[in-house]
Write a protein that binds this ligand. Structure first.
Ligand code: SAM
Length: 248
């Protein structure tokens, strides 16, 4: 990865070990929507991979590998490649997948975009809460890169946050977010975790990179994906994807 790309990543919270450890431990509390991401991921995988145990799977921005584990728990035969720019996250993922079949790649999305990283070809690619760190233009480009790395009939699913199409709907998304996370719970520290999530979501450096879901879906179609659809949506959170057709 180039010095410039590394420096950009190092300015984000994801290069701070303490922030990363807090996410690994607490994310399910303040982002309960991840439960639906996990369920959708497994269902879509089973549908498109036709219960095939021997497929090549790539996750971009894998974090601690919690999402990928949903797949390997049911399909131990899959050949997994996990990428992330955070060394701390990859260390945590390595503990989860001790088998020699899993490949780990320390890279930023920006390095993947510039072609610095050799990825190979895959049957199933997915990403969760990660690609929104790119600009909308970069996201469009990475969808094209993903498409080019998919085998015929291969499938890509992205699970991510989006900005709302209007200020009014943005307010609605926020109240949905607070309601989902708080859910009448009084756990110590939960309210401040939710407040911090919202503060970071609105941070100008973060917010300016977000697309609406409609924009991302259009980018996916433009990148050449077929059968593009949204499988789960709750306010700012959505799972959407498409496949690479055999003759595209
Ligand atoms: C919210 S976490 C999600 C982790 C995991 N996918 C999950 O859902 O549990 C975002 C992940 O994206 C990674 N990330 C952020 N910006 C990145 C970049 N520019 N290139 C590569 N990875 C990045 C972070 O290191 C972090 O692991």
């Amino acid at each position: 990865m180039t010095k410039e790309v590394k420096e950009h990543f190092e300015r984000t919270s994801w290069s701070e070990d303490e922030f990363v450890r807090h996410f690994i431990e607490h994310a399910d509390r303040y982002i309960p929507e991840r439960k639906f991401f996990k369920e959708t991921l497994l269902t879509v995988f089973e549908h498109y991979m036709k219960d095939n145990n021997n497929v090549r799977v790539l996750e971009l921005g894998c974090g601690s590998g919690e999402m990928a584990e949903i797949l390997t728990n049911s399909y131990p035969g899959i050949e997994l490649t996990l990428t992330d720019a955070s060394v701390e996250m990859l260390k945590s993922a390595q503990k989860r997948f001790k088998d020699s079949k899993t490949n780990f790649i320390e890279t930023t999305f920006e390095s993947i975009l510039s072609g610095d990283v050799k990825l190979g070809n895959f049957d199933f690619v997915f990403s969760s809460l990660a690609l929104h760190h790119l600009t909308p233009e970069e996201r469009k480009e990475i969808f094209k890169v993903i498409h080019s790395h998919l085998n015929p009939d291969g499938f890509f699913m992205n699970m991510d946050t989006h900005k709302a199409p209007s200020e009014e709907i943005e307010k609605l998304y926020l109240s949905m977010k607070i309601k989902a996370a708080l859910n009448n719970k009084t756990e110590p520290g939960l309210k401040s975790e939710i407040d911090e999530f919202i503060r970071r979501y609105h941070d100008p450096e973060h917010y300016k990179r977000l697309s609406t879901l409609e924009m991302d879906v259009a980018s996916l179609k433009e990148a050449g994906f077929s059968n593009v659809d949204i499988y789960y949506k709750n306010g700012m959170f959505a799972c959407f994807g498409g496949n690479r057709q055999r003759r595209s």
